[in-house]
Design a binder for this molecule. Sequence first.
Ligand code: UFG
Length: 327
Amino acid sequence: MRILVTGGAGYVGGFTARWLQKAGHEITVLDDLSSGHRAAVEFGTLVVGDVGDAQTVRKLLADCRAEAVIHFAASVQVGESVEQPSLYWRNNVANTLTLLEGMIEAGIRRFVFSSSAATYGPSDSETLREDAPTDPQSPYGATKLTIERIAHDFARAYGLGFAALRYFNACGASPDGAHGEDHSPESHLIPRLLRASLEGGEKFRLFGDDWSTADGSCVRDYVHVDDLAAAHQATLLACRDGQGRVYNVGTGRGHSVLEVIRSVERVTGSPVPCETAPRREGDVARLVACPDRLRQELAWEPAWRDLDSMVETAWAWHQRHPDGYGD
Ligand code: UFG
């Protein structure tokens, strides 16, 4: 299939683009490189441009004769979205609308996009199914839920066939150490812990130790980025015109921040200097997926289940690339 991948120079986007290319698809990446990396686009064509620019989108969809679009390009930090909601509504919602309009005009109906576990509200359930109540606690989560709604409306009115993937916490790097996570600034837990464990590294700040969880720190479902890439492939092939489906992508196992700290200490062999800080706005106590829908409907299974193994891949990348992609 000829596939346009927006945000394909980013973390999950880059892994998915490489995964699909290896599976024989023809990939064109559209990325403005505001947070992505040229070196993350190993195969295919990279077009540097803005998903919010209708002319760029229209021309590119025609030039690459796309049959499907996988849409990653977005602003992705929960904390930042609380401080700068305008940026999030524009980059995530307005730009996606521009992209979808371009697709419909060009007759392209197949669409997979990055939604998020941040669409769910606080819940007492151990794991969240896709029909659990949504109640985003941050502008970031609200923008993702709004995009899901737009996609449903486009499915009904214009025949769009889509899958919305609600990622839980993407983590890890390629086992060969060639590709990994490189955000600037880095806000994510595992890379921050790895940096803190290095000599002279900045002390790790634990955002709240008084959450209603077993050890008082937040619980998340860490899913390896290669498993996320595989989920995109499975759902893309299953898209049917006029139908939309939401899928959780997680392992179904939760780990608290304190457990992740211990895992990082085991993997690196160094203690993580740590201090407790106030809760971060927009966080929730627990987010763990029930991934049964993806399992049962599309036979997706996470290949990575063990937290230490996932952290090991991140650590290998971090050691080989202390400055990330170096750009
Ligand atoms: N945390 C800290 N200190 C840090 C960084 C993180 O204590 O320096 C904690 C957070 O408070 C949270 C956990 O570690 O409890 C994980 O935080 P991340 O920032 O790594 O990830 P989030 O859970 O906030 O968000 C990620 C993605 C979102 C996605 C969400 C779904 O960034 O895009 O997972 O769970 F929506």
